[in-house]
Design a protein around this ligand. Sequence first.
Ligand code: FE2
Ligand code: FE2
Length: 119
Amino acid sequence: MHDSLKDIYWAEKHLTKAIPKMIRAATNETLISALEDHLEVTEGHVSRLEEVFELFGKKAQAKKCEAMEGLTKEAESIIEETEEGTSTRDVGIIMAAKKVEHYEIATYGGLTQLQKQWD
Ligand SMILES: [Fe+2]
Ligand SMILES: [Fe+2]
């Protein structure tokens, strides 16, 4: 449980640096504002995780999440491989962002399951 928390904490913190790169690379206004909103949500998740660490009486600590690093690297290569201002790049960014969200959903789902086992 504690290990998974460190993993997702690293992942969320990493995303606060990765999302701005996606914003800069995107063209569609709706996509840009969705990413901007999500950046705020992600910053909220970082602070919420810090509260969770506190509840466990632990210091907030990040442990490199290889999966999230891979997903954001994939987003970067999509950006590199597509042309600026194209909808192809925007679609690529959406796909990459969706993969990131699914990783988050799976992790938080797993953490909830673990917590339930303890209750
Ligand atoms: Fe999140
Ligand atoms: Fe997210």
